[in-house]
Structures are given as C-alpha cells and as structure tokens.
Design a protein. Structure first.
Length: 190
C-alpha cells in the first residue's frame, strides 16, 4: 500500500530559501518527525522559484523547482462545503480541485465550511474588518505565512461570516509564494 504523500511549497529567490523554520515546523506537525529541509533545498538559479518538496512519513521523495509567475486574481466564487478536510498539505488535492472547478467564470473560489470562511483553493485568506486584519480561526490548512503573521501580532484569528466578508474593506491572500497579497479591487459571486 502506498503511504500518504504530502508536500511543501517553498519560495526561493536570489539563492535564498524563505521561511524554512515555518516549513520545518509544519512538516514535523504533519508526520511527527523532523526533517531539516535546508539539507535538501538548493535553488537552481537566482530567479523566483517555487520549490515543491514531496514527502511521506519516512522520507523526502522528490524536490522540484519551477519558475513562479503570480496568478492575477480579482473575482471569487463563494462555495460551501461542510465535508472538505485538508488539515495537512496532502499531495492529493482532489477535494480542493473539485471546488476550484466550481468557480464558473471567476478566477478563484472562497471556501466556506459550516457557514464560516476557511480558505481559497490556493491560499489562506485574511480580511480587513473594523480596522484590523483577521484570518479564519479554523482554516482548512494552517499555512506557514498565516502563522508567521499571527506570531508577529499583525494578524488576529476570528470566526468570519459571509456578512463580515461582505463588509470587509479589503482582503489578502496568504501563501509561501505571494506572502501577504492585499487585494482592494475584487468581486464575489454566490
């Protein structure tokens, strides 16, 4: 039987590897074993790269580097799914991909579970609401960038309803590649 596979997406640029401490912590939390990813990651050039580390509970399986180009995201389809489970960064993203495929003509989906905001299919999310940045208390995935901003005290955790999302003056997408990407020009559809 094949073991469950996981992955990390790590930003590399100018031969620098970003936020490894947080990626190492997530790997340790995922498989209850420590891998020092710095022993495996060697950027192949100075360009902006997405390093994809595939692993299971026993070993690092593969490491690939891809030149990164940020997607333009301005429109979101709001989808509800009370069954989705993506608490670990599973290599098998079928559940997320199925939700993404319901985006209609929108660029991305915003996923609600049990009437609360969770994530998008590619990033954690934060909203600027009542003069502070808040992020869902229960995201689908506890992202490394999200955790870094919480640790810095910049981002607060809260349950976020659709009404709060609609009242937000701006939103931000958070992941290892785009960091904290603030969007002020965006739209939602139900």
């Amino acid at each position: 039987m094949d073991s469950v596979k996981y992955f990390e997406t790590i930003k590399c640029e100018d031969n620098e590897v970003f936020n490894l401490e947080y990626h190492n912590k997530r790997v340790a939390n995922t498989i209850a074993k420590n891998f020092d990813l710095s022993e495996y990651i060697y950027p192949i050039n100075e360009k902006l790269l997405r390093c994809k580390v595939i692993y299971n509970e026993d070993e690092i399986i593969d490491i690939n580097y891809f030149e990164y180009k940020k997607r333009e995201i301005k429109s979101f389809k709001i989808v509800n799914n009370n069954e989705i489970e993506y608490s670990k960064k599973y290599l098998n993203r079928e559940e997320l991909d199925n939700l993404y495929n319901k985006r209609d003509n929108c660029d991305e989906v915003i996923i609600f579970k049990n009437n609360l905001l969770t994530d998008t299919s590619i990033a954690n999310i934060a909203i600027y609401y009542e003069n502070i940045w808040i992020t869902p208390k229960t995201p689908l995935l506890y992202g490394t960038t999200r955790q870094r901003y919480i640790d810095q005290g910049f981002l607060k955790q809260s349950d976020i309803t659709l009404e709060m999302l609609n009242k937000a003056s701006k939103i931000a997408l958070l992941n290892a590649m785009i960091d904290f990407d603030v969007l002020e020009d965006y739209s939602f559809s139900l």
